[in-house]
Design a protein around this ligand. Structure first.
Ligand code: DUC
Ligand code: ZN
Ligand code: ZN
Length: 469
């Protein structure tokens, strides 16, 4: 039998740079040809007329099946990736976490085992580094050769995950030599720890004090310090989960100076406010994440940063927990496991609040939900692109449809939906992963999980010839 062929007919194809109507011929999971292909025979025909066809989303920030604070994130690679698929995401980049004192490569093996044979969409990995004596610096080189080229370091959580500025600087310089890429969690850990101790001593232990003890200035300071360290080391930098207006301003200034700094924000920092942490009956615990949700005046600067190219990507920092799992922090907000669900709604929320509400173009939407992450994490042009030779990871989207977000219909394994009741313009009709329709009429239809590991190559941020804005 020859290789399976699929013809996606008559869709409006939108990439980061183009917007035109054409047919797409897929063979063996890759795009073979694009153009007027009417009459071409194929094993399967998908009618995309009246629909927008864009590259499958890439979520550059997820946490599945991960042990956190004595419990485990409630979505594993089965439920979490099915949720991603129905939401139009065809590749996730999940974080392996180094066990303190161990070589990071041993944790990476665990993540491979957790994902293999279970994932509904393709996946790559970042490696979180929690402990980096000089003796472990060579293991970063080893990760790069194994297709994991991005390393997340923390400026928060002293004595837990934080690296000091010296270790961060050394890691940055190492990546200048080995083709890796540093991602930073920017919050001033020491200042936050001091505020947390004072808060608990006063008896201020409810979820809202999680936000009050992590002020936006603690993020802004660390963002500026992280950018300065990367400038000193002469390497590009990616800042994860940016939540504050001041940090967005720091990005604009750094990029204006020509610094290769890149940043991601998350749907919850664009759409939800810190009021949620004050919900009664300890429900506020469901909105504890770090950095915390901010007052509404931080939203528009982040949206503007995305539109202007100061911020380049939107990841979800998907980390769901059931209410019961949060109860451990009933008398002490520092014990509440951190994180919000989001993997399922990122693409739809960005289309509705970004494109439909006129904040940015469809091309920019594709860039920040897919293409930029592919470029920054060494997956482009295999991922994040609609071109001959690229993987046929496609979303067939009905702009005239609508989608209601609700716990009752979600795939995400969690007992609440932070976006409950929102009605979004547009609906996902079909999702193709390497040419196979894994979602039809908005429903996951694959009979078995077909996602596989994708190796990351060097970040495009390392080559001055490739612009990511
Ligand atoms: N940072 C993350 O990226 N995810 C969960 C918690 C945190 O601090
Ligand atoms: Zn973080
Ligand atoms: Zn995270």
């Amino acid at each position: 039998m020859g290789r399976v062929t699929t013809l996606v007919e008559g869709g409006r194809i939108v990439t980061a740079t183009d917007d035109y109507v054409a047919d797409i011929l897929i063979e063996g999971g890759r795009i073979r040809a694009i153009g007027d292909l009417a009459g071409t025979e194929a094993d399967e025909i998908i009618d995309a007329s009246g629909h927008v066809v864009f590259p499958g989303g890439i979520d550059p920030h997820t946490h599945l099946d991960t042990p956190v604070a004595g419990t485990v994130i409630s979505d594993d690679f089965d439920t979490g990736t099915r949720a991603a698929a129905v939401g139009g995401t065809t590749t996730i980049i999940d974080f392996a976490i180094q066990e303190k004192g161990a070589d990071p490569r041993s944790s990476l093996m665990r993540w491979h085992e957790m994902a293999e044979g279970k994932a509904a969409v393709d996946y790559a990995f970042h490696q979180i580094i929690t402990h980096l004596p000089d003796s472990l610096l060579p293991s970063l080189d080893g990760l790069v050769t194994e297709g994991v080229t991005s390393f997340k370091l923390f400026m928060a959580y002293p004595n837990v995950w934080m690296l000091d500025d010296g270790a961060i600087f050394k890691a940055m310089r190492r990546t200048a030599e080995n083709g890796g890429f540093i991602m930073l969690h920017c919050e001033n850990g020491y200042a936050i720890d001091a505020l947390v101790k004072e808060s608990l001593a006063r008896g201020d232990s409810d979820p809202i004090f999680h936000a009050r003890t992590r002020p936006s200035l603690a993020e802004d300071e660390a963002t500026r310090r992280g950018i300065a360290l990367a400038e000193m080391a002469g390497v590009p930098l990616y800042i994860v989960h940016m939540s504050s207006a001041g940090s967005a301003r720091a990005m604009a200034e750094a990029r204006e100076r020509g610094v290769r700094a890149y940043a991601e924000t998350c749907p919850h920092y664009l759409l939800l406010t810190d009021d949620r942490l004050a919900e009664p009956g300890f429900r506020g615990a469901q909105y504890v994440c770090s950095p915390p949700l901010r007052p509404a005046d931080h939203h528009e600067p982040l949206w503007n940063g995305l539109a202007a190219g100061d911020l380049q990507a939107v990841g979800t920092d998907h980390a769901p927990f059931f209410f019961e799992q949060r109860l451990v922090g009933k008398d002490d907000f520092t014990k509440i496991p951190n994180g919000l669900p989001g993997i399922e709604w990122r693409v739809g929320l960005l289309y509705h609040y970004g494109v439909a509400q006129g904040r940015f173009s469809l091309n920019r939407f594709v860039e920040i939900t897919s293409t930029n992450a592919a470029k920054l994490f060494g997956l482009h042009p295999r991922k994040g692109e609609i071109a001959p030779g690229s993987d046929a990871d496609l979303v067939v989207f009905d702009p005239a449809g609508s989608t209601e977000l609700s716990l009752a219909t979600q795939v995400t394994n969690c007992d609440y939906n932070p976006y409950e009741g929102m009605v979004l313009q547009g609906a996902i009709s079909a999702v193709l992963l390497r040419g196979r329709a894994i979602v039809r009429d908005g429903r996951y239809v694959a009979s078995r999980p077909v996602g596989s590991f994708v190796r990351s190559a060097e970040s495009a941020a390392l080559s001055s010839s490739t612009l990511v804005s």
